[in-house]
Design a protein around this ligand. Structure first.
Ligand SMILES: [Zn+2]
Length: 82
């Protein structure tokens, strides 16, 4: 069992884009993308939005735009959110 599921991918997407994943995790991330159209499209949109909105946009996007429910509330303390 080496694959990520969609939830795990969402947790990791900002780290992925910042190049902060370790090699093994990044490989599993890419394997999931190759196998999952939904996450592939999501990452695509995520990248495009970041390029338009910059860092703040990325944080907001991570907090609100993914269709899966997020139990974690860590974004609430993000000083970039006002
Ligand atoms: Zn997926």
């Amino acid at each position: 069992m080496t694959g990520l599921d969609c939830d795990e991918l969402v947790e990791l997407v900002t780290s992925y884009l910042e190049g902060r994943l370790d090699r093994d995790t990044e490989r599993r991330f890419n394997e999931h993308l190759a196998a999952c159209d939904g996450c592939d499209r999501y990452l695509d949109q995520f990248r495009q939005t970041i390029s338009v909105l910059g860092d703040d946009g990325r944080r907001r996007l991570a907090a609100v735009s993914w269709p899966f429910p997020r139990a974690c509330c860590c974004w609430c303390n993000d000083p970039a959110r006002s």
